[in-house]
Design a protein around this ligand. Structure first.
Ligand code: ADP
Ligand code: MG
Length: 616
C-alpha cells in the first residue's frame, strides 16, 4: 500500500518519513529500510553482500577505512585495524582485561577508566570507532537512495546495560544520526519473522541468537500485536569467535605453537584466526577441512567435539531464560535462529533436540536483525499502525537503605518502559541531606550488587527523624535508560539525575550476579534479618535516650538506671552478629519501657490539659 503526503501550505508532495534500521554487530553491521511495506537490506555497490565487517582501519595517510577494505588489513597491519569494537563499547578497562590478550591492537587504560584504543599517538574511543561504522552505513544507504537520511533505529544485544545503550546512542549522534530508539536484537528478529502480524494468534517464541561475539536468548509472548519479552539471557563473551578460538587452540597444540609466541607474532595470530573461521564455515557444508598448504586440517567430528562445551553453555543460558519466563519448554511455539553462527548444522540439530520442535531458519540469519530494525523504524515513522514493543529489564534496580540493604524499586524482568516509586524518611534528627545510591542486582546487600551512581538530595528542612517524606522515583525508558528523582514532599525540594553509569558490566559478571543471588539466598536472608533487627534496635536506642531526657522529672533514679542498663545491653548487642540476642535485648527494653511510657503519656496529657485550664 503506497502512501502520499501533501504539504497543505505549498501543495507539494512530501516524501513519506524514512527512518532507517541498523544492526550494529560485533562482527558485521547492516543497514535496512522499509518502503511501501517492503523490507530492503542495502547491499554493497557490487550487489554481492549486505554485510559490512565491523572493522575500522587507520591507514598511514591518516585516512579512516571501514568494512571489507579495512578487513583486508587485519593480517598486514593488525595494530592499525580495529575489530570487535562492540565488545569495548561502554566498558571500563577492568571489564575487558580478559579479552585484551586476544585483540591485536593496543588498548589504553585511561585515567577516566573508559577504554580507548591507541594508534600512533592518537586515542580512539569505542564510541568514536562505532560512529565510523555508522557513518559508513549512513553513506551506503544515502548513495543507494539518492537522498539524505538522519533518523535511525539501532539494535543492541538484550543484555546491554545502560552505559552500553547510551554509548550506542552517542555513537549514532556522532555519526550524524538521530537515534529514535535502541531495540534489542532478539526483539527485532522476531519482528522480521512477522510473528504477531496475525492479531488473532497468541504465540510464545524463543529467539536464539548466536553471532560472532555475543549470544542472546529471549522468550517472547506475542498477543494482540504486542510483543512482550518474557525473559532474556545470554553471554556477550560467547559467539562464533569462540568457535574459531577452539579450532585455533587445537591447531596450536597440534603444531606446538605457544600462547606467548602467538601474542608476539600478531600476524600469525590473525592468519590462524582467519583460517580457523574458514574451517568452521567449510565444515558447515563438508566433512573435512584442509588448508591450502595442508598444514592445518580438521574433521567435522573433531570440530563438534571441540565446540561441545560452547554449545552446552548456550543451552544453560536457554534453561535460565525458560525458567525466568515461568513457562514450560513445551509451551514455546516457535524457535527462531539468528546470527551467522546458527548456520552450523550442529546448532540446528542440537536445538531441535532440546526444544523437541523444528526451528525457524528460513530467513538469512545475518540479516534478520537489520530487517527487524527497519520494521521497527517503519512502525515509529507511523507507517505500520497498531504495533507496540515491550522489553524487560534483566536485573533489579533499587537503592541502598540503612545498613547497606538493597531495596529494589524496579524488580528484574519488569516490562519497560516502567516507572515506580517508594517513600522513605530520615533516620537521624535534623538530617538535611540524604544520599541516594542506585544499585543493580539481585542480592540483599548492596555491597554485592553493582553501583550505578549516587547523588545527594539537599536542603531537606531539619525535622525529627522519621518526619520528612522523601519520594524516590525511578523511570526506566524504552531504551533501558534510567532516570532517578528524589523529592522531599513537605518542602518540595527535588533532585533528578539521569543514571549513565561509567563502567560497563560484562555478561560474565551479569551471569555471576544472578547465580550469586541464588546461591546466597539463605545467607542473604540471615544477614538481612540481622541488619533489619539492628536498624530497629538503633532507632529504639535513640528514641529511648530522647525519652529519658524529656521525662527525667517523672521517673525515679532506679527506673532511670534500669532503663539505661537495658539501653546499654541493646547497644552492646549491636556489636555482635546474633539476631536473637538483638531481638531479646530489644524485647527486654520494650517490656520495661512500655509501662513507663504509658505513665509519661498520662502525665503529659494531664499537664497539657491543666495548662489549658480545662480540668479545674
Ligand atoms: P554479529 O551479530 O556478532 O555481528 P553475525 O550474526 O554477523 O555476528 O555472525 C558472525 C559469525 O557467524 C561469525 O563468527 C562467522 O564466523 C559466523 N558464520 C557465518 N557464516 C557461517 C557458516 N556458514 N558457518 C559457521 N559460522 C558462520
Ligand atoms: Mg548479530
Amino acid at each position: 500500500m503506497a502512501k502520499i503526503s501533501i504539504n497543505m501550505k505549498s501543495g507539494e508532495v512530501v516524501e513519506p518519513e524514512l527512518i532507517i534500521g541498523i544492526d550494529l554487530g560485533t562482527t558485521n553491521s547492516l543497514v535496512a529500510y522499509v518502503r511501501n511495506g517492503e523490507t530492503h537490506i542495502v547491499k554493497d555497490p557490487s550487489g554481492k553482500t549486505s554485510l559490512v565487517p565491523s572493522i575500522v582501519h587507520f591507514n598511514l595517510n591518516g585516512e579512516v577505512i571501514v568494512g571489507e577494505t579495512a578487513k583486508q588489513n587485519l593480517i598486514t597491519s593488525p595494530e592499525r585495524t580495529i575489530y570487535s569494537v562492540k565488545r569495548l563499547l561502554g566498558k571500563s578497562y577492568v571489564d575487558i582485561t580478559s579479552v585484551e590478550s586476544n585483540l591485536a591492537y593496543d588498548i589504553i587504560d585511561q585515567e577516566d577508566q573508559l577504554v580507548k584504543v591507541k594508534i600512533d599517538d592518537n586515542f580512539h574511543s569505542p564510541v568514536g570507532l562505532s560512529a565510523e561504522i555508522l557513518k559508513y552505513l549512513k553513506k551506503r544507504i544515502e548513495n543507494h537512495l539518492g537522498r539524505e537520511v538522519s533518523k535511525a533505529v539501532i539494535t543492541v544485544p538484550a543484555y546491554f546495560n545502560d552505559s552500553q545503550r547510551q554509548a550506542t546512542r552517542d555513537a549514532g549522534k556522532l555519526a550524524g544520526l538521530d537515534v529514535l530508539r535502541i531495540i534489542n536484537e532478539p526483539t527485532a528478529a522476531s519482528l522480521a519473522y512477522g510473528v504477531g502480524l496475525d492479531k488473532e494468534k497468541v504465540e510464545t517464541v524463543a529467539v536464539y541468537d548466536l553471532g560472532g561475539g555475543t549470544f542472546d536468548v529471549s522468550i517472547l509472548r506475542i498477543e494482540d500485536g504486542v510483543f512482550d519479552v518474557l525473559s532474556t539471557n545470554g553471554d556477550t563473551f560467547l559467539g562464533g569467535d569462540d568457535f574459531d578460538k577452539a579450532i585455533m587452540r587445537h591447531w596450536m597444540s597440534e603444531n606446538n605453537i605457544s600462547q606467548e609466541h602467538l601474542k608476539e607474532d600478531k600476524s600469525l595470530n590473525q592468519m590462524l584466526r582467519i583460517k580457523a573461521e574458514d574451517a568452521k564455515k567449510i565444515l558447515s557444508n563438508n566433512d573435512v577441512y584442509s588448508s591450502e598448504d595442508s598444514q592445518f586440517s580438521l574433521t567435522k567430528e573433531k570440530f563438534i567435539e571441540l565446540v561441545q562445551p560452547l554449545i552446552k553453555r548456550t543451552l544453560e543460558c536457554t534453561d535460565f531464560a525458560v525458567k525466568d519466563a515461568e513457562i514450560k519448554i513445551e509451551e514455546i511455539d516457535k524457535i527462531i535462529l539468528v546470527g551467522g553462527s546458527t548456520r552450523m548444522p550442529i546448532i540446528k540439530s542440537t536445538l531441535e533436540e532440546y526444544f523437541k520442535k523444528e526451528v525457524y531458519n528460513e530467513l538469512n540469519p545475518d540479516e534478520v536483525v537489520a530487517m527487524g530494525a527497519a520494521i521497527q523504524a517503519d512502525i515509529l515513522a507511523g507507517n505500520t499502525k497498531g504495533y507496540l514493543l515491550i522489553d524487560v529489564t534483566p536485573l533489579s534496580l533499587g537503592i541502598e537503605t540503612v545498613g547497606g540493604l538493597m531495596d529494589p524499586i524496579i524488580p528484574r524482568n519488569s516490562k519497560i518502559p516502567i516507572s515506580a516509586g517508594r517513600s522513605y524518611t530520615t533516620s537521624v534528627d535534623g538530617q538535611t541531606n540524604l544520599k541516594v545510591a542506585v544499585y543493580q542486582g539481585e542480592r540483599d546487600l548492596v555491597e554485592h550488587n553493582r553501583k550505578l551512581g549516587e547523588f545527594i538530595l539537599k536542603e531537606i528542612p531539619p525535622m525529627a527523624a522519621g518526619m520528612p517524606k522523601i519520594e524516590v522515583h525511578f523511570m526506566l525508558d524504552a531504551d533501558g535508560i534510567l532516570k532517578v528523582k528524589a523529592s522531599e514532599k513537605r518542602s518540595g525540594h527535588s533532585t533528578e539525575v539521569k543514571i549513565k553509569s561509567q563502567y560497563g558490566i560484562s555478561e560474565e559478571e551479569m551471569g555471576r550476579m544472578l547465580l550469586d543471588s541464588i546461591q546466597n539466598a539463605e545467607y542473604d536472608m540471615k544477614i538481612k534479618s540481622l541488619l533489619e533487627a539492628k536498624n530497629e534496635a538503633r532507632s529504639i536506642v535513640l528514641s529511648s535516650k530522647k525519652f529519658i531526657k524529656q521525662n527525667s522529672a517523672i521517673f525515679n533514679q532506679d527506673e532511670i538506671q534500669t532503663l539505661e542498663s537495658h539501653i546499654e545491653d541493646l547497644e552492646n548487642s549491636l556489636n555482635g552478629d546474633d539476631k536473637d540476642v538483638v531481638n531479646s535485648a530489644m524485647n527486654q527494653l520494650n517490656e520495661f519501657a512500655n509501662p513507663l511510657a504509658q505513665r509519661a503519656m498520662d502525665y503529659n496529657i494531664s499537664k497539657a490539659l491543666k495548662g489549658k485550664g480545662i480540668l479545674e
